[in-house]
Design a protein around this ligand. Structure first.
Ligand code: DHB
Ligand code: MG
Length: 224
């Protein structure tokens, strides 16, 4: 990678965020506090959080399912997008990350509209399907990548016509094009993208992004 370009991507992200994105104290504290607490710096960038919020509000979303909570940074963006009468269900494997997230959600004033489910997301998803959970308007998939195919399968059972599904990290410095990759994260993303293509109930695309999070991308799909 050309490092000069990477530092420009970062500078442009800073400019966009300074100019366009309102990251309030609670969001900022959750992002920086998460890094200080030693959690992996894998949360979405501020302008990506704003994108998730805009997508949710563009379709008038009231119910959001997030797979992969980490410290709750994107969760706060999505919880604010659905408003006080909306609901976000967010799934986190790691109990200590979930604790950090819960505190961040409380500080951001959105804890009552968010349910953090702790444990393997595949199990939580199976429970949600079993209990006949109402369909979600938005699903954001941003957890362990090898399970992306399972997450997409469950998402289909938990959405309705017009729901949108967004997945983070579908590019990873271009690693996604390596069909022979020994990395099970790459294979998980590739199988996920193939499912998006094969599934007649979904219409999808993917876009590459550069910025403070390096070179990566989102897949986006609508349920039809
Ligand atoms: C990783 C996961 C993410 O969701 C992300 O945005 C960046 C990195 C990871 O597991 O390495
Ligand atoms: Mg991610």
């Amino acid at each position: 990678m050309v490092y000069e370009a990477a530092s420009r991507w970062r500078a442009v992200d800073e400019y966009f965020v300074d100019t366009l994105v309102e990251e309030d104290a609670a969001l900022r504290a959750s992002r920086l506090g998460s890094h200080e607490a030693g959690l992996p710096p894998h949360e979405v960038a501020p302008n990506q959080g704003a994108l998730l919020s805009l997508l949710a509000r563009m379709i008038g979303a009231a119910r959001v399912l997030e797979i992969g909570t980490l410290a709750g940074y994107s969760t706060i963006w999505l919880a604010r997008a659905v408003g006080p009468s909306g609901k976000v269900v967010t799934l986190e494997l790691n109990a200590s990350y979930a604790d950090v997230a819960q505190r961040n959600l409380e500080k951001a004033g959105v804890a009552e509209r968010v349910e953090v489910m702790v444990g393997p997301a595949v199990d939580a998803l199976a429970r949600l399907v079993e209990q006949g959970e109402e369909p979600f308007d938005v699903v954001f998939i941003d957890a362990d990548k090898p399970n992306n195919p399972a997450y997409l399968q469950a998402s289909l059972a938990l959405t309705r016509r017009g729901s949108i599904i967004v997945a983070d990290n579908v590019v990873r410095d271009g690693a996604v094009i390596n069909a022979d990759s020994a990395d099970d994260r790459v294979q998980g993303v590739r199988r996920f993208l193939q499912m998006l293509s094969d599934e007649p109930r979904l219409e999808a695309t993917a876009i590459q992004t550069v910025g403070s999070k390096g070179w990566d991308g989102f897949a986006l799909a609508i349920v039809r």
